[in-house]
Write a protein that binds this ligand. Structure first.
Ligand code: F6P
Length: 543
């Protein structure tokens, strides 16, 4: 952002700071009722520390950034990831479900359609349960292991878990992201290799964790097939943009589902990276998931900023970060099946927006992404909410809930939603010292004072509420697209590239160098003193 824009935000914040959210909440018709809807999503911003004038300033800054031109450029497939000279066309993956004219290049749409056809065929073959000679895939599959990490794990894992009630029950899905062998060994103990399909999901097909686990499981399959590699390899499917490397690994073309450089890993659940989801809920369910995202794409493309959910969510985030100075944010889904959402959003937001220089190499003028964290409610209430209510740091929260449950235990559902609503109210309104003192009925004046001080809640702590009508493939798709576009708008305002991730490279290189040094006798002279010392300890005590 420009200095003049930051100064405008600072002036608005100085004006609003003395106003408690109690006062703001009592303002009639605050920015036209604070609630906006897009399809199955409702966004309520009434508990944000904002008024109409501050929102208008944020909106003006968004308009000055020409966010809508940037958005259209992204949908058209222009290069929006300059450091890698790539477009970001995750929206093209769901364009077939859109009601607006397609903007993505025709050849891209054709490639996506062909890949989806191949995916549907594989899903059919696996659900059919018979060995398919043309695809050369094993029959009788009961379990699927999705090996992949980051974007090749978090989206599919979240979606499979979130959409459990829509699971067709044809296969059991397992996820193996980490190079930590405990889980790998556990899965090999637990599952029957003759009835297990292994998916190697890696956009680059160079990721150490995925390739190592892939090789271990490939050997496990081969051992179960008495060393018959060909029979064992019929249990492998790859999903990758590096089709040649997947083939070199030994997976024939018919079982390599393509993805592309124009889709970032953390934006890839809509591609064949979502294959495991399609195996769980079937292709019609997968299409419903895409339809939900397309609905938000259309909304993002057509609604003016004041009614545009992703833009509003982005602006509120910028307000909390850059005007009010909050350095972390929490996401609390009140839905057990959304327990993977905080981890998914951590990658989406922090890998996309964790940048401190512009594409031109200049230092950014303002703070960028807050540290994002969270857990499901109500569990989180009994763990870290104490700090959110009375700690010295203010943490803005996104509360997410579904109005209708996928079960008939209405009392549970009402208690869950009541807690969601109550926490937002408690954060906003707090409890004054006088209210707390009135509750302290016994003890001396000093004792009553001490107790009241400890039972006071400052309040004035902002939150947003997002309500889905119900958690379905469509509403989940809509929810994830909402956050994707929020991230895009923030990247535009902060002047950073949302689609690269150079910050993950250094650690990968160092790990590659350190790994051989863990073997006894290898030279450690090139490492820093701390690393050398720790290597020595590991070597000495590993036997
Ligand atoms: O290390 C970060 C990262 O590149 C993520 O961006 C990506 O989602 C993940 O690793 C996995 O990468 P790949 O799909 O290429 O194995």
């Amino acid at each position: 952002m420009l200095e003049s824009q930051l100064a405008r935000l600072a002036a608005e914040a100085a004006r609003l700071r003395p106003l408690h959210l109690r006062t703001l909440l009592a303002t009639p018709d605050r920015f036209g009722n604070c609630t906006r809807r897009a399809g199955p999503l409702l966004l309520d911003l009434s508990r944000q520390k904002l008024d109409d004038a501050a929102l208008a300033t944020l909106g003006a800054i968004a308009e000055e950034s020409q966010w809508s031109d940037a958005r259209d450029a992204m949908f058209r497939g222009e290069v929006v990831n300059p450091s890698e000279q790539r477009p970001a066309l995750h929206t093209a993956l769901r364009a077939a479900e859109s009601h607006l004219p397609m903007l993505a290049p025709r050849n891209v749409l054709a490639e996506i359609a062909a890949a989806r056809k191949q995916m549907a065929r594989l899903v059919d073959a696996i659900h059919g349960g018979h060995a398919d000679t043309e695809l050369d895939i094993a029959g009788g599959i009961t379990d699927v292991i999705n090996i992949g990490i980051g974007g090749s794990d978090l989206g599919p894992r979240l979606a499979v878990e979130a959409l459990r009630p829509f699971d067709l029950g044809k296969v059991r899905c397992h996820f193996l992201p980490n190079v930590d062998g405990h889980r790998t060994a556990g899965l090999m103990r637990e599952l029957d290799p003759k009835r297990t399909l292994v998916l190697l999901v890696s956009k680059s097909f160079t990721t150490q964790e995925t390739l190592l686990n892939g090789q271990v499981l490939r050997d496990w399959l081969a051992a179960a097939h008495a060393g018959d590699r060909a029979a064992a390899d019929r249990h492998l499917v790859a999903i990758s943009a590096n089709v040649d490397a997947a083939r070199a690994f030994g997976i024939p073309a018919a079982r390599v589902l393509p993805m592309w450089d124009f889709v970032g890993g953390r934006y890839s659940v809509w591609s064949a990276v979502g294959f495991v989801l399609a195996l769980a809920i079937g292709m019609p369910g997968f299409h419903a998931f895409l339809r939900g995202a397309a609905l938000v794409d259309d909304h993002f493309r057509s609604a003016p900023w004041r009614d545009n959910l992703p833009v509003l969510l982005a602006l509120v985030g910028i307000w909390n970060r850059n005007a009010l100075g909050f350095s972390t944010a929490a996401v609390i889904p009140y839905h057990d099946y959304l327990r993977e959402l905080p981890a998914y959003l951590q990658q989406l937001e922090m890998e996309s927006l964790g940048k401190s220089v512009t594409p031109e190499g200049a230092a950014v003028a303002q703070a960028t992404v807050p540290v994002l964290w969270g857990n499901v409610g109500t569990n989180a209430q009994h763990a870290f909410f104490q700090a959110l209510h009375q700690g010295t740091d203010v943490v803005p929260v996104d509360f997410i809930g579904a109005i209708r449950a996928a079960h008939s235990l209405q009392a549970n559902q009402d208690a869950l939603l009541a807690n969601l609503l109550a926490q937002g109210a408690a954060f906003a309104l707090g409890k004054t010292y006088d209210e707390a003192l009135a509750e302290a009925k016994t003890g001396s004046a000093a004792e009553r004072h001490a107790l009241a001080a400890q039972r006071t809640f400052a309040g004035d702590r902002p939150s947003s509420t997002i309500l889905l009508d119900a958690l379905t493939p469509e509403s989940l798709g809509a929810l994830l697209a909402l956050y994707e576009h929020k991230v895009f708008v923030q990247s535009r305002l902060w002047g950073i590239n949302a689609f690269d991730q150079w910050g993950v490279e250094l650690g990968k290189t160092l790990a590659k160098n350190i790994e051989p040094a863990l073997a006894a006798d290898a030279d450690t002279g090139s490492f820093d003193a701390a690393t050398q010392g720790l290597i020595k300890t590991i070597r000495a005590r590993r036997a």
